[in-house]
Design a protein around this ligand. Structure first.
Ligand code: UGA
Length: 466
């Protein structure tokens, strides 16, 4: 394998922590810096603040020797050849990305630089951020020759971040100098050469030594734009299929048949065409808004994205109306709610459509039994336990005596629930499914009144017409 580098990763959120663990996994020495002392202590004690597949094994493997956690940014920068900025870029009130954390880190880096370093922005940021980082570094005393700024956007999904990092579709690097490009190539060489995939402990995935990922070199601004355009396009795909699902509902057509037919066109592809209650999470809502803002700054109205947001917002309200029409009145009803995370496989509830829908139900006077395999602790801060809100420890306990069951996140274990037992536990056999986890005909055959998204609703015992 290639010569290992010393890499500092600033910020230990989802992106920073996964990237740090993966850099260690491919052979580099990593110093992970965060200003949250409690988080650093937890990581040093062997704890992991997020729910992410493969992360515990990988950190366990590399904690001694390859990766360290610290609050000492200055010390980390001094040792590192490359510094990755992976701090948060939350949405500001105006809709743009709040870059104050990036600014603060760039300022701190400038004060610690004592030799050539590659400064890499990994956080999702608007085009031109790269130039700003360069300017901030220079303003704070770093000489032009002491650094290059590179854009290396991530395309990690929460829950599968490790696999996405180690088995990427592509690695994008935005660079303006050959010197920086060389360092970036060296960092990713274990992946691009395919050498990593032959290691006995390699995390399995779609890539192999025979089909390693390509490294795409482009300008820094193009790399920044690629990240925003990718997320905006994916969000658009989801809103598009949700709009089609609403037509399917009205026309009595199954949206999954339509999505399968549309997705078979190689120019479109089958992924991200799952209709449901809309996209959420810490990325799509923020990035679509930020990309619109970028467009505005560049003198263009990207109205298409406004429509994407509008459809996404409407989707939750439409689903809420479905619940109401299945139950007639809501006040005093007790509902079993499955899923609080913004999608299955994560404990993240940021911008979760599930949370919003529960809030609408509470406002209408419903009581809810909440269950999520990973997100309940986080949810308690927003949906406080009380007379209307109960947290339970399994699916069947949630269903006990409930007037209906709602499925709001696509956890694998929900899709494999014992439907006969679910029906027995429920007061009424009504399932309202915001993630299309079940086959409508099967549900009807099992005696459920089953309502989903973009698929004809069937009363219990009715066969779908073909
Ligand atoms: C997303 C992108 O998929 C990553 O490539 C990107 O790196 C990341 O944002 C980021 O910018 O950091 P993530 O937010 O983890 O990743 O989640 P996704 O798996 O993309 O799902 C986003 C939302 O869309 C979820 O609420 C999900 O339930 C929903 N979704 C997804 C659908 O409703 N339908 C689909 O077909 C796919």
């Amino acid at each position: 394998m290639t010569q290992p580098l010393v890499i500092a990763v600033v910020g230990s959120g989802y992106v920073g922590l996964v990237s740090a663990a993966c850099f260690a996994e491919i052979g580099h020495r990593v110093i992970c810096v965060d200003n949250d002392e409690e988080k650093v202590r937890l990581l040093n004690d062997g704890g992991i603040p997020i729910h992410e597949e493969y992360l515990p094994e990988m950190l366990g493997r590399h904690r001694v020797g390859n990766i360290e956690f610290t609050t000492d940014l200055h010390g980390a920068i001094k040792q590192a050849q490359a510094v990755f900025i992976a701090v948060g870029t939350p949405q500001s009130d105006a809709g743009d990305a709040d870059l104050s954390y990036v600014d603060a880190v760039a300022t701190a880096i400038a004060r610690s630089i004592d030799g050539y370093k590659v400064i890499v922005e990994k956080s999702t940021v608007p085009v031109y951020t790269n130039e700003w980082i360069r300017r901030i570094l220079e303003r704070n005393g770093a000489s032009k020759e002491a650094f290059d700024v590179v854009s290396n956007p991530e395309f990690l999904r929460e829950g599968t971040g490790v696999t996405d990092f180690l088995h990427p579709n592509r690695i994008v690097i935005g660079v303006e100098s050959e010197r920086a490009a060389k360092v970036m190539r060296q960092i990713y060489e274990p992946l691009t050469s395919g050498a990593y995939y032959d290691l006995p402990h390699a995390v399995p995935g779609s890539r192999s030594a025979a089909s390693p990922p390509p490294l795409m070199k482009m300008s820094t601004k193009a790399a920044e734009m690629t990240k925003h355009a990718t997320n905006a396009f994916l969000a658009m795909k989801i809103s598009f299929i949700n709009a089609v699902a609403n037509l399917c509902d009205a026309a009595g057509v199954n949206v999954e048949e339509v999505a399968a037919g549309v997705g078979m066109d190689e120019r479109i592809g089958p992924k991200f065409l799952r209709a449901g209650i809309g996209y959420g999470g810490s990325c799509f809502p923020k990035d679509v808004a930020a990309f619109r803002w970028v467009a505005e700054q560049l003198g263009h109205q990207f109205d298409l994205l406004a429509e994407v947001e509008k459809i996404n917002c409407e989707q939750k309200k439409l689903f809420f109306r479905k619940i109401r029409s299945a139950l007639w009145t809501l006040r005093g009803k007790r509902l079993a709610v499955f899923g609080l995370a913004f999608k299955g496989g994560t404990d993240d509830i940021r911008e979760s459509p599930a949370i919003e829908i529960v809030q609408m139900l509470l406002k209408e006077g419903c009581c809810v039994n909440l269950f999520d395999p990973a997100a309940m602790e986080r949810a308690k801060a927003i949906l406080e336990p009380g007379s209307q809100v109960a947290y339970v420890s399994d699916i069947y306990e949630a269903a006990k005596g409930a007037h209906a069951a709602l499925f709001l996140s696509d956890w694998q274990e929900f899709a494999s629930v014992d439907l006969d037992r679910l029906r027995q536990e429920l007061r009424h056999p009504i399932v309202i499914d915001g993630r299309n986890l079940f086959d409508p005909e099967l549900m009807s055959g099992k005696g459920f009144t089953y309502v989903s998204v973009g698929r004809p609703s069937l009363a219990a015992g009715v066969k779908a017409p073909h």
